[in-house]
Design a binder for this molecule. Structure first.
Ligand SMILES: Nc1ncnc2c1ncn2[C@@H]1O[C@H](COP(=O)(O)OP(=O)(O)OP(=O)(O)O)[C@@H](O)[C@H]1O
Length: 661
């Protein structure tokens, strides 16, 4: 059966006529004749197109037995129909949207946008959509815990085994797929939602005078019905999902780069890391001091406190000063406190060269209601009172004569012509130095701290190595309400550090950990401040008991969460899981068996006895020493004496290079 026969059946009238006509005109229809005559008229540019059309025309007419005019007309009708349908569809959709749907729009300038995008990227239906945008993702140090390939890799401790290789780790992190710009539909909880993602370009003056376009995106979420309630619930659900894996993490934020900060609000801060919560028990500090800070903060953060402060006309703010030598745990305690109360930590360095006083105020103004603000090493920030006029005049008038180093007083009557070139150069250098330091003045910092936005539940922690060099105004009560002193390690602290280093690891289920934490941080309505504190004290006591009594605590235990996180957070980024724990428990001490819990306690006590009582060595230094022998407690004990001697000699001679490590 040939093609003509089939088409005759399908298109009886036209094909029959076409066949007849084709026979009568020996393959040339009227229209093909017209086309041929058009070729010279239209010129060479269109002639290939016309020739192709004529070829098709002849083939359709003579070979296939179809009326070419009919085919062209059919295409035209289809095209017009398609156009019409599209118009109609848009009108119907707009009509349905206006009268039968409720919608909520989310802007990319808001956190909610990221919550929604993360949620959408995790939805299988959305990921299988035909129109997607791919985004690169990279894993953090903590995510690698879950990578089965890395977990099962053998670990070389003595240099004879196989070493880990991360050359293809970037290739392993899969891209993330999010809905592309356009309209999408998805089902959630038995309800249909429509998602319209659109992008707009805004013209921005670029802050520094340069004009540039900036993309801004919007998500419009709609559902059937006249109430936007289901969309609100969906947004809430996406937000909860977003924070569900933040429960055991402390999010660290720092000021965004200067060009981002000018957008203000959310753009002032950027997340630099989200690390596992540092358990309070891993910070080796006098227990009384710990409890004091914890209870003070707990009381301050309690929901009933703002009313109490307001009734008494006291500004609602709380400041802490952590002072002590370097490496004694000031930053560690700040992170542990943020972890206990489930707060994000906002770290500001006053040494940041692009940070102006206006920026600082803006940063304080855009802090969330409850958070920890950490101002590190405020003594090094070069904060100075603005010199008053008299001082300035005195400075200008007192110039060293440069010969005997004495300061001679220049009388105002002395002419500037008496100045030597060297005096002028010195003066210019002095001015230059002052300008360089001109970042944040003391008054600028005080304004930011005292500003209205600094109230309402923010916890300010300032750390310093030199409390005596701080201006009194900065640490007066009201700005600093509690001072916590840190010192180099006592023998007791050295013992605790040793025990923490060599206790067994285990990994708790994260959700349980979050539940435990929230039971500490969120007092029930009937819980008094004292009750919450008692709970916390009990928790800390339990932590310590568990740590010293039993090294094989179950994953449900809060203290066992601690042991995992010590290793991950501060000691070394080695994966810990029950499978890997066994590998790590085989201490690298030759043929010697791993010490039992009791033996370890004894080794720790012997180790601590070798640490000088005069608080000469910082916890950070002890931690560094132990880290280099992290699988060898007996070796650490054997080598500690030599190390201590060398360290003390090195400190006395002020040499920076270590002889024994
Ligand atoms: N008291 C401590 N308890 C537990 N670990 C500590 C303690 N002090 C220091 N460390 C360890 O030493 C390292 C440095 O500690 P940290 O940064 O908290 O010290 P710091 O006092 O803030 O130092 P700096 O003044 O130099 O900023 C961390 O890895 C921390 O785990």
């Amino acid at each position: 059966m040939d093609f003509n026969t089939i088409l005759h059946g399908a298109l009886p009238t036209f094909s029959a006529n076409a066949t007849e006509e084709a026979g009568n005109t020996t393959g040339k229809t009227f229209s093909s004749g017209v086309m041929e005559s058009l070729v010279p008229l239209l010129g060479s540019q269109f002639s290939p197109l016309l020739k192709a059309y004529m070829l098709f025309h002849n083939m359709a007419g003579s070979r296939l037995g179809l009326d070419p005019a009919f085919i062209v007309a059919a295409f035209g009708v289809l095209w017009a129909g398609n156009k019409l349908w599209k118009q109609l569809y848009v009108s119907i959709v707009a009509f349905v949207h206006t009268y039968f749907m409720a919608s909520i729009t989310v802007s990319s300038g808001d956190e909610m946008y990221f919550h929604m995008m993360k949620w959408l990227a995790s939805q299988p239906r959305m990921v299988n959509s035909r129109s997607l945008t791919a985004e690169s993702t990279s894993k953090s140090a903590w995510d690698e815990e879950e990578d089965p390939d890395i977990l099962s890799a053998p670990i070389s401790a003595d240099g004879t085994g196989v070493y880990l290789n991360f050359s293809n780790q970037e290739a392993k992190s899969p891209p993330r797929f999010i809905p592309a710009i356009g309209t999408h539909g998805f089902w959630h909880d038995g309800r249909y939602f429509s998602l319209h993602r659109k992008k707009e370009q805004l013209f921005d003056d670029g802050g520094g005078g340069g004009m540039q376009y900036k993309d801004k995106e919007y998500l419009m979420l709609s559902c059937f019905g006249r109430s936007p309630e289901p969309v609100k619930q969906l947004l809430q659900h996406a937000k909860e999902q977003y924070y569900s894996d933040h429960h055991a993490n402390t999010t660290v934020k720092r000021p965004s780069p200067q060009n981002m900060r000018r957008y203000g609000g959310r753009h002032n801060w950027m997340q630099v890391s989200s690390r596992p919560v540092r358990p309070m028990r891993t910070v080796v500090l006098d227990e009384k001091q710990k409890i004091q800070v914890l209870s003070d903060m707990n009381e301050y953060l309690h929901p009933a406190t703002p009313r109490w402060y307001a009734n008494r006309g006291i500004p609602l703010r709380r400041g802490y000063l952590f002072y002590g030598p370097p490496g004694t745990g000031k930053t560690s305690l700040s992170f542990a406190l943020a972890g206990v109360f489930g707060l994000d930590i906002y770290v500001i360095s006053l040494l940041e060269p692009t940070l102006t006083e206006e920026d600082l105020s803006a940063l304080f103004n855009s802090l969330p209601r409850r958070c920890v603000v950490l101002l590190e090493d405020i003594d090094t920030a070069g904060l100075a009172r603005a010199p008053d006029k008299d001082d300035a005049e005195n400075t200008t008038d007192s110039i060293s004569d440069g010969k005997d180093g004495k300061i001679k007083s220049n009388k105002k009557s002395e002419s500037k012509d008496d100045w030597k070139v060297s005096d002028l150069a010195r003066e210019l250098k002095k001015q230059g130095g002052e300008n360089e330091k001109k970042g944040i003045s003391l008054s600028g910092l005080l304004n930011a701290i005292d500003g209205v936005a600094s109230h309402e539940g923010r916890v300010l922690i300032m750390t310093t190595n030199k409390p005596e060099s701080l201006d009194e105004a900065l640490i007066r009560p009201g700005r600093v309400d509690l001072q916590v002193g840190f010192s180099n390690a006592t023998q007791e602290q050295a013992k605790e550090l040793f025990e923490r280093m060599y206790e067994a690891d285990s990994k708790p289920p994260p959700r349980k950990a979050a539940a435990i934490r929230s039971s500490i941080t969120t007092p029930t309505p009937t819980t008094t401040l004292g009750g919450a504190l008692q709970k916390q004290q009990q928790q800390m006591a339990d932590d310590n008991n568990n740590a010293t009594k039993d090294s094989s605590v179950s994953g449900d235990d809060f203290s066992s969460e601690g042991s995992t996180i010590v290793v991950l957070d501060e000691v070394v980024s080695v994966p810990s899981s029950p499978a890997v724990t066994a590998k790590f428990e085989t201490r690298d001490e030759g043929d010697q068996k791993e010490p039992t819990r009791q033996q370890l306690t004894q080794i720790a006590a012997d180790f601590a006895a070798k640490i000088p009582t005069g608080k000469l060595i910082s916890p950070a230094e002890i931690q560094g020493f132990l880290l280099k022998r992290k699988k060898a407690p007996r070796l650490a004990l054997a080598e500690v004496e030599v190390w201590v001697d060398a360290l003390i000699k090195q400190k006395a001679s002020k040499v920076k290079v270590l002889q024994v490590q």
